[in-house]
Design a protein around this ligand. Sequence first.
Ligand SMILES: *Cc1c(COP(=O)(O)O)cnc(C)c1O
Length: 486
Amino acid sequence: MTEKAAYSLPKKGKSQNDILNELTQMKKNDIKWEEGKNFCLVYSLGQEIGEFIKKAHNTFISENALNPTAFPSLCQMENEIISMSSGLLGGNEKTAGSLTSGGTESILLAIKTAREWAKEYKSSIKKPEMIVPETAHPAFNKASHYFGVKIVTCKVDPKTYKADLKDLKKKINKNTILMVGSAPQYVHGVIDPIEEMGKLALEYSTLLHVDSCIGGFLLPFFKMLGIVTPSFDFSVPGVTSISADLHKYAYTAKGASVILYKNQELRKFQYFATTDWAGGIYVSPSISGTRPGGPIAAAWAMLNHLGENGYMEIAQKTYEARRKIEEGISRIQGLEVMAKPEAGIICLGSPMFNIFAIGDKLSERGWYFDRQHHPDSIHLTITHAHHKVSEKFLEDLSWATNKTQNITTSIGNLKTTLTKGIVKILPKKLVTKMATKEGSKVTSSSSSNKDTAAIYGLMGTLSKKGSLDEMAIELMDQMFTPKKKD
Ligand SMILES: *Cc1c(COP(=O)(O)O)cnc(C)c1O
């Protein structure tokens, strides 16, 4: 290998203006979230509030929350954010928590905490296990991978998509240290039976984590509005920790989530300290060392700016948009909402047509969303931004469905067995690449490789799970390999 790296520092730096223009230019192929055409990844309340949050973020862009004695400002903001979040999620003066970089870090910490707690209180357990519904977020698999807590999957009810309590109970054994429920789970947007899980957790003396990453800052306001919502928070006996993302329905800057515990004693198991480092005593509450001040300041600013009334208004609009889209879907022949939505998520499927083909058509009109399997569906996270565009979306959905009816049979009943998560990591272009690469190995009558629907079908006829995981990693690796510009 004698070739140089694809990029090197410019010999002479460029002007600030040029750089800023270049940055704006680089956005041109990104999804158009400002128009509310995305149903994932970005949560926005529009430009005016967007500017406010940027200012708040920038006020603390250099500060580092790693050392709370150096920046009492950030420490205070963090304490206030945790306290406000606890209040929303059924906590009391005993509830404790930490601010993290996102839902994944919150979940990783909950699992690490459970493992350390078990060492103390269930010391006979040498091989700890957690029971997690199959619909839970992959962050739990990641936590298992990182921390060596075995993940035991529990089934969900095939109709409601909620954790199957009978199966859950069957999976409890002497190594179980933790159970997990979601409020709601990301895939179908339904809330697991947390109250019943709480009873089981108490009966078997295990911890119970509620993943409310995508509901924690929406459901409390639904409740205040009188929208019927199952109980899921600290008011439920047995719940010992909750994760809730600020950078989702609290509309704060990216890099902010909370992990809350029933009490400080439990939170202590999360912390890390080492006192024999040559650099002095080092204590850290979470996974990151340096903790950027920007997201903390932005979160504090947004919570205080919107307040309860502001969030209630936003939740009301989100609910209206969701109801409208749900109703619109039920009027389009051949489409269905797969599970009764309980938060901000709609899982859209079709018993008649290939839903991925419909998705391809929808994409042509600029809409952006996740494609899911088990069962095949389109995932819509409804936010405040969709209040304005729900009508247009339904029009386009109806058009896409009409356009798709005829071509459906050609892709027919090829069943996808894509591994969970692969669809999310890989954008359409890469899935296309992947299928093209593998496509030569199978004889297929399906149409052009540009057609995602065909590709998902094709994938289903290919490799088993292991090699699909490898392919996904291989392709992500490719994406993170710098390529020379032509
Ligand atoms: C988003 C999400 C997560 C992970 O959060 P990140 O901020 O993406 O790390 C975990 N669980 C659920 C239910 C989510 O929606």
